[in-house]
Design a protein around this ligand. Sequence first.
Ligand SMILES: [Zn+2]
Length: 94
Amino acid sequence: MATKGWYWQLEPAKSALARYSSLKDPPPCPKCCLAAGFAKDSNGTGRNTNGCFRCKACKLKLRAKDFWSEVLKLPLDALPPRELPQDAGKLDTL
Ligand SMILES: [Zn+2]
């Protein structure tokens, strides 16, 4: 049985979430410009699931990579490369 939200253990979702969690105030959304905060969401199914962020105001869904550059305004070269479930040993049973 896969752990719910296992994809948040994989990069780049992991780093994006860690960075977002460390912020005192949520950054504004690139679409609606409101700082309503972002909810954890996902894209895809099964092993291809990726962690995404969803704006609580306009429901804009952003991939971790886009969230990193467009919302957190961080350089993409500072983002760790994408990890797949098979890269994480503990996820072998997925
Ligand atoms: Zn928004």
